[in-house]
Structures are given as C-alpha cells and as structure tokens.
Design a protein around this ligand. Structure first.
Ligand code: MCA
Ligand code: AMP
Length: 517
C-alpha cells in the first residue's frame, strides 16, 4: 500500500496532530474564567466518540445538533468527526417547522437538542423515526425536562475511544443547510478535503503562530465560527477565549488577552459604539478579521482611526469555505475582499459566459479543493450550480481588478444578509402569502445601521381584508427563527412590476431605503 492510501484523511486526525505536546495547556476559556485543557478536550471528544459508536452510528450516518454554544458543543462536533459521522449543525434559533424539514431531509440517526425544545423535538423525532435523542448538558444541567440523562452524562461514562475512524478525502464531514431561492433549503455536503484544505490555507495565510489566542464570540453552527475560527485555532494548538455569544462589553474586557479576533461587521460596528473601546483595548491584538457580510468602507476607516488596525476582510460561502482574503502583510484594501486564496481559482463571467476583463462586473465563480461536491440528494441543483468545467457559481456579483483584488458589488441571488445571518426572502414570502387577507408579498433587505441589512416585508392585502402590520407579525412569529422576522411591515395597494410582470424589488428597496436610518 502506498503512503497516500495509508493516510487517514479524517480532519480530526489533522487537528489532533497539531494539538500542543503539552496537553495541560488551555484549549478553551469561558467568559466565566473556567478553562478546559487540550487533555480535557481530547478526552471528552474520545469519550463522546465511544458513546456515538455504542449507538450503532457508522461512518456516514448523520448526527443533527441544535444546541447553544459551549465547550461541550465543540467536543460533540469533534467527536462526530472522530467517529466518521456527518455533523449537521442547526442554528439554535430555528423553530419547529424549520427543523422538521432538516430532520426529514437529512434523516439523522441521532439528534441532540436544547431542553427548551423538548416538547416539539420529541414529536419531530417520533415523526422521523429517530430513536436516539438527547439534550447536551452544559455545565450544571444533567437531566432534561423529561428526566432523561443528558448526552454529556451518558458519554462521559464511556471509555475513551482512541481510534480515529478512517475517512477518505471525499467522504462527508458535515452537511450545512443553506436556504435556496425557491424557499427550499439545500444541504451543502462538505468533505474532509474541503475542510482540511481550507483550514490549512487560512492558518498559513493569516500567519498563525505560537502564543496566538483567539477571542471566539461567533456562533458555532455556521462556517465562520465553527470552521474558520475553530479550525485555525485548533490547528495552531491555541487557546480560544470562548464567549457563548457576542457581547461588546465582554469582548472589550477579553480583547487585551487575545491576539486574534474574528467577527461579522455588526460586531465591529458595536465595538466602535462602545466609549471604552480604544487603541489600548487592542494593544495585544495582531489581527482583526471580518466576513460573512460586506464590511462598509466607513466601518473599515472608523476602525482604523479608532484603533490603528486595518480590519482584514475575507469572503466565503457555506458551500466553499473561504475563497478570497485581504493579505496579512500586503495592502488590506477596504471595500474589497482581497485576493483569491492560494490554490483557489476565482473568475468573473459575463451573462454570455465569457471571461470579464479586469475591472468588469460579472458573476463570480470558484474552483478548488474548498468547493463542495454537491447538495444532499439534489442532483438537479448540482447541475444548475456548477459549470461544465467544474466552477461553482457563487451567485455573487463582483469584479477582479488588474492587480487581482476582488470586489463584491452585489448578488444575483435574492438574499438578505442581516448581522451575518442569511435570510432568503422566498422562505418568508411563502409564509406571508398563506396569511388570510394577504394577496401577495415581497420581502427585501434595507440598510440598517446595526445589522447592515434588515428584513422588511411589503404586503398587498386582499381587497376586502382588514389587516394591520401587527397581525402579520403575529401570524408568522414562532414559525421562523426570530432573526428572519421582518423588522418592519409595509401594507401597500400594489407592488411595482416590470413589463414581464416581475416584482421590482430594487424599486421597493429605493422607496424604503431610509426606514432604519
Ligand atoms: C439577533 N437578532 C437578529 C440578528 N441576531 N436580527 C436580525 N439579524 C441578526 N443577525 C434578533 C434576535 O432574533 C432577537 O430578536 C434580538 O435580535 C436579540 O437577540 P440576541 O441573540 O440578543 O442578538 P444579538 O446578540 O444582538 O446578535 C447579533 C449578532 C448575531 C451578535 C450580530 O446575530 C451573530 O452572532 N451574528 C453572527 C452570524 C454568523 O456567525 N454568521 C456566519 C455565517 P427578538 O428580540 O425579536 O427576539 S457563515 C457565513 O456567512 C459565510 C460562510 C462566511 O463568509 O462567513
Ligand atoms: P452563507 O450562505 O451563509 O455561506 O453566505 C455566503 C454569502 O455571504 C456569500 O455568497 C456572500 O454573498 C456573503 N459574504 C460573505 N463574506 C462576504 C464579504 N466579506 N463581503 C460581502 N459578502 C460576503
């Protein structure tokens, strides 16, 4: 057998090979000050892995996880990797209807959920025939409301499993659901190769070095917090100061002990709004990274003026991991997303499918080891989203300048990004249109000083209907994650349409542009 065949491509094998030799060093530190060493992280992961195996989970089986952020949630992710299971993280804000779809589509063998969702999660697990269901148990919680013992309590009784289940580079490590323009979510299949290649590239491109400490205040159910942030820190054997959610004051208190921070633009806006935030706060930091949504040039410059730091903006997608990044040492150009990362090809094509000249605007496409092999059980989507020569169509519109800097200027997909979370208008429009009295609706994103964009709904009511905006909100509350709910509802006589009858959302965005200013 040649050496390639002998290699285990499981991402956990790579991460573990980079843990510090001295396992007593801290891997995680909670906001409370409680720390978890690399020995604890490794042992808990190994015990969780042992427990996963006793449940009869075999490589390729899905494990769905909807929990709040905690060290145990990270151990669970790592155990899924180690055991060869496919990790299916779900935003903790998702509601019953949203989760119902994911469980039905991904057919996980195990579900781990939040105690507050006990009632409906039980019903959904019954509906989808999922036998193994647990709450995770963070810190003091050992039992869920029904009196069953928690995942953590059960798993920690198991002897640690040392074996890392053998996985090939193209085997699945994770499925991440991203909504689609039709309103139906698609499961992006992410392989061990996708994750390993991107993690190694970012670790080196962003110059991680001994002694780095990451302030981690992002959620860990999406690419940014889970893959980009955790993988780079773990590959470096670094400590993560692990805040369960972003709080500007808590971040300011922790920043002096960190060297790297990663955030969405809203977090930078909120830091700048704090009077206590200053050059002093950032004296120990060597790198601020921003992504998931456009960083306004004004935020970039205000941050530079306040702290002397040029935020490094990078660009990526769930389907591709990170695609471009401003350089660590070269010019970090505000308003751009930097250069294609090493080993990743990025191109811009016009509507006719021809390569654009430098500076010309078109559709961005990407190819490389970072790009997903396709969507879970949606072969037709794979055909639509990839070109014949293997490039993935991002749905982002941009340009590449003569010196290779990439700028995103818009999106061809109908998508709102609010505080770094994606909201697909179609998903909300479908629910709005079901409300009695609603004739039709259009959901748009409007400029918002805190969230970058905020969701708004424009609604045409049926001629005789009596409807006020609070009726609309009441009708959809609880059916969608709260961050997707419109922050404003406009009731109108009709929607602007073009000659083809298509709703002109641009017109609506212009009309209501000042709503949140
Ligand atoms: C919370 N709320 C929001 C948002 N977050 N509304 C709109 N947009 C949001 N992003 C609402 C809640 O539903 C709630 O509403 C109220 O605000 C307060 O909730 P809370 O949890 O206290 O919110 P927060 O602490 O203010 O959260 C803001 C946040 C958070 C810290 C910016 O949204 C966040 O962590 N965003 C990061 C998202 C992220 O990690 N994206 C990466 C995706 P109510 O009061 O009505 O209940 S990965 C990705 O995009 C790609 C791959 C990439 O390039 O990284
Ligand atoms: P998601 O589906 O959550 O992975 O979101 C991916 C989308 O976020 C991309 O297709 C872009 O539209 C957007 N995005 C991520 N990073 C940036 C950035 N730095 N600037 C502009 N848009 C970004």
């Amino acid at each position: 057998m040649d050496s390639y065949k002998k290699m285990n491509a499981n991402l956990y094998a790579l991460l573990q090979s980079r843990f510090p030799g001295d396992r007593s060093l801290a891997a995680l530190e909670k906001a409370s000050g409680k720390t978890y060493s690399y020995a604890t992280l490794e042992e808990s992961t190994a015990r969780y892995t042992g427990f996963i195996r006793t449940l009869g989970v075999v490589a390729g089986d899905r494990i769905a996880v909807q929990v709040e952020k905690s060290p145990e949630a990270l151990f669970l992710y790592l155990a899924c990797l180690q055991s060869g299971a496919v990790y299916l993280p779900l935003n903790s804000a998702y509601q019953e209807g949203e989760i119902d779809y994911f469980l039905g589509d991904a057919t996980p063998k195990v579900v781990i959920y939040q105690p507050k969702n006990e009632m409906w999660m039980g019903t959904l697990c019954d509906k989808h025939g999922i036998k193994h269901r647990f709450t995770l148990a963070e810190d003091n919680e050992t039992e869920n409301e029904a009196g069953r013992s928690s995942w953590h309590e059960n798993a920690m009784k198991h002897p640690p499993m040392l074996e890392i289940v053998r996985r090939g580079p193209d085997d699945l490590a994770s499925i991440l659901y991203t909504s689609g323009t039709t309103g139906r979510s698609k499961g992006a299949m992410i392989t061990h190769r996708n994750l390993s290649s991107n993690a190694l590239t970012l670790h080196s491109y962003w110059g991680f070095k001994p002694g780095d400490v990451l302030l981690h205040a992002l959620p860990i159910f999406h690419v940014h917090g889970l893959f980009v942030a955790c993988h780079t820190a773990l590959l470096n054997g670094s400590k993560m100061i692990f805040h369960s959610k972003f709080d500007a004051k808590a971040a300011i208190a922790a920043l002096p002990r960190a060297t790297v921070f990663m955030g969405v633009p809203t977090m930078y806006v909120r830091l700048l709004a704090e009077p206590a935030f200053s050059t002093q706060t950032c004296a120990n930091i060597r790198l601020f990274v921003s992504g998931s949504a456009p960083l306004l040039a004004e935020t970039f410059h205000a941050f530079l003026a306040c702290t002397g730091h040029r935020i490094l903006e990078r660009y990526g997608m769930t389907e591709t991991g990170m695609i471009t990044s401003n350089p660590l040492d070269g010019e970090r150009r505000g308003g751009t997303v930097g250069l294609a990362l090493p080993g990743i090809a990025v191109r811009v094509l016009d509507d006719a499918g021809k390569n654009c000249a430098p500076g010309e605007i078109g559709g961005l496409q990407v190819k490389g080891d970072n790009v997903l092999p396709g969507y879970w059980q949606m072969p037709e989507k794979n055909k639509e989203e990839f070109t014949a020569d293997g490039y993935f169509k991002t749905g982002d519109v941009g340009k590449i300048d003569a010196d290779d800097y990439v700028t995103i200027v818009g999106r061809s997909k109908d998508l709102v990004i609010s505080g770094g979370y994606n909201v697909y208008p179609k998903e909300i429009e479908l629910l709005l249109d079901e409300i009695p009295g609603v004739a039709e609706s259009a959901v748009i994103g409007l400029p918002h000083p805190d969230f970058g964009e905020a969701v708004a709904a424009v609604i045409v009511k049926k001629p005789s209907a009596i409807l006020v905006d609070s009726d609309v909100m009441t009708a959809i509350k609880g059916k969608l994650a709260a961050f997707k709910l419109p922050k404003r509802v406009f009731l109108v006589e009709d929607l602007p349409r073009n000659a083809m009858g298509k709703v002109q959302k641009n017109e609506l965005r212009k009309r209501y542009a000042d709503t949140f200013k």
